[in-house]
Design a protein around this ligand. Structure first.
Ligand code: 5GP
Ligand code: MG
Length: 194
């Protein structure tokens, strides 16, 4: 099936290509995303006044969200990245989380904010919060672009949420399907069939 894109986005590399029987629809536009990111930046700036938090982006999916968020925070921060691999299919993780690139700046006695693209089962962020606290951070909160609730397997508290969705597989604004579509400016949902 040829991918059909409803709404205004651009998929130049995939025009006319097959995407495994899925169609794509815009769910959150770039304008709506930027409004939410501004709100999150303002809230973090208020909550962390005077403590220079370390903002840690979870690679690779959070990369654009992270870059926009950090530039909407109006207090001094430090930034770093972590990379985790969770095993499973291209659309679902299964629980085992490996850290393949660790935070490089010291987090001991510091407030850390983990920036994640999507919290799905919650297993990835749960493991990363534990990892950061083991390194001696004074606190570790989670800022997630998307809180996807349907498959939650553990009880994680997300302090800062961009959007909540129940279900669906999302791509764009950093989110991939087999490494494709990260470059889309809008967040799109892949639908099977029409
Ligand atoms: P969790 O450990 O919470 O189940 O998995 C979270 C990770 O799974 C996210 O960081 C993301 O990489 C991936 N993921 C979960 N849902 C989606 C989705 O709808 N779209 C994309 N592109 N990745 C997802
Ligand atoms: Mg991810």
């Amino acid at each position: 099936m040829i991918p059909v894109v409803k709404g205004k986005t651009e998929i130049p590399a995939d025009r006319g290509r097959r995407v495994g029987g899925y169609t794509m629809e815009v769910l959150f536009t770039r304008q709506v995303i930027q409004e939410r990111v501004r709100d999150l930046g303002a809230r973090i700036s208020r909550d962390y006044q005077g403590c220079e938090p370390i903002i840690v982006g979870i690679l690779k999916g959070a990369v654009f969200f992270f870059a926009d968020l950090v530039r909407n925070i109006t207090i001094p921060v430090k930034i770093d990245f972590i990379r985790a691999r969770s095993y499973g299919s291209s659309m679902e993780s299964c629980g085992k989380v490996d850290i393949t690139k660790d935070i490089e700046i010291p987090v001991q006695s510091r407030a850390v904010i983990l920036v994640e693209d999507i919290v799905d089962s919650g297993l990835t962020v749960e493991a990363l919060v534990e990892h950061v606290m083991k390194k001696g951070a004074s606190s570790c909160s989670i800022c997630a672009l998307i809180d996807k609730k349907e498959r939650r397997l553990c009880d994680v508290t997300i302090q800062y949420t961009g959007f909540s969705v129940e279900t669906g597989f999302l791509v764009g604004y950093g989110l991939d399907y087999n490494e494709r579509y990260r470059y889309l400016r809008d967040i799109c949902i892949l639908n099977s069939g029409e």
